[in-house]
Design a protein around this ligand. Structure first.
Ligand SMILES: [Zn+2]
Length: 355
């Protein structure tokens, strides 16, 4: 039986061989590849890559792992400064999250959101919090101008180089700004799908779902993202479709469809009540769990608001654990299920075999 590692090696050779034959050939080759036929990664073989070192997944079993937060970002994109520019402040917030029991945090930023790798390293070293750095591109309005003239393969190749250079441990958050992917966003999703297949890294996305506010985002936007990534060669088991807790879908129908295709569902804007009340998120999460998909649910809070800082009286980086998880327990989720979601799922999602 062929191992996944071997499949990925062959795949990257295939990719290299067809790269010269044009844009559509490479994606077709990926889509047809052996990747589809190999057994799922045995996650015990994988590692979780943080900015400072690699971890065996078991080393991070000591606490919850948060799969989408921001420790270094300019938000909204393009602003001249942001509270996260204060590395000492963020180091102290990360230290407080360590005290709250958090074992690891994934940062969802990348250069087009002004995320600084150096800041993440300093925050991690200063606080003792393992930090996984994301990579990629956010959405149309944040893209550097050159994206328009590059091919998906070119973008993917550059990303793979960046992954090695900056010790990236994930590709995310990869987003879209409206209901439909723009042509450039479509191209970036294809590039991310190719880069996933070449690196084995986990991918997480951003959706524009507006909660209960008036909006025109199609319900299946998350499913379309999944299709765009998978058709470019990505493994559904390495993909988390993000912000699914901001789709008003009480029975979690779209989330269940995503899980049934093998991908992860991220409720990664918990505590952002302005978009969607947490109680509605709990209802959806319980529907999703009730349908048998607790092993595909990821929780996080997309930390970017100064009001959430502990130093300003907020709940801090651990708010997923200290504010939202108790609501799940109150709604009837067992301790075993909650622990599996907070401790085990993100480690399984993040573990990958470097290619
Ligand atoms: Zn985010």
């Amino acid at each position: 039986m062929i191992t996944r590692r071997e499949a990925l090696r062959r795949l990257s050779l295939t990719g290299a061989a067809v790269a010269v034959s044009g844009p559509s050939a490479i994606s077709a080759a990926f889509a047809q590849s052996e990747l589809r036929r190999v057994p799922a990664l045995s996650r015990e073989d994988g590692i979780i890559r943080t900015v400072l070192r690699d971890y065996a997944p078991d080393e991070l079993a000591v606490g919850p792992v948060l799969m989408h937060e921001h420790l270094s970002i300019h938000y909204p994109v393009g602003v001249a400064e942001h509270f996260t520019d204060d590395v000492e402040l963020m180091t102290e917030e990360a230290r407080l999250a360590v005290s709250d029991g958090v074992a690891c945090i994934v940062d969802g930023g990348h250069p087009d959101m002004a995320r600084s790798i150096d800041a993440l390293r300093r925050i991690s070293a200063g606080s003792g919090m393992p930090i996984v750095a994301g990579g990629g591109y956010y959405m149309q309005r944040s893209y550097p101008a050159e994206i328009a003239s590059k091919s998906a393969e070119q973008i993917a190749r550059e990303l793979v180089a960046e992954v090695g250079r900056d010790r990236l441990g994930a590709l995310g958050e990869i987003g879209q700004q409206e209901g439909e992917l723009t042509p450039d966003e479509q191209k970036v999703f294809e590039a991310i799908g190719i880069a996933q297949a070449l690196t084995g890294l986990p991918v997480f996305t951003h959706n524009a779902y507006t909660g209960r506010r008036a909006g025109t985002i199609p319900r299946d936007a998350g499913l379309r993202q999944l299709s765009a990534l998978v058709s470019a060669g990505a493994d559904p088991e390495s993909i988390a479709i993000g912000h699914m807790c901001c789709l008003d879908d009480p029975n979690a129908e779209v989330a269940i469809e995503i899980a049934s295709r093998g991908a992860w569902v991220a409720f990664d804007r918990v505590t952002l009540n302005a978009i969607m009340p947490d109680q509605a998120r709990v209802t959806m999460a319980m529907a999703f769990i009730g349908a048998g998909h607790a092993d595909k649910l990821l929780l996080s809070s997309d930390f970017y608001s100064a009001n959430s800082l502990k130093s300003r009286g907020g709940a801090g980086l651990a708010q997923t654990v200290t504010v939202f998880a108790p609501m799940l327990r109150e709604a009837g989720a067992s301790e075993e299920v909650v622990r599996g979601i907070l401790y085990d799922n993100p480690r399984r999602f993040l573990a990958f075999v470097p290619v």
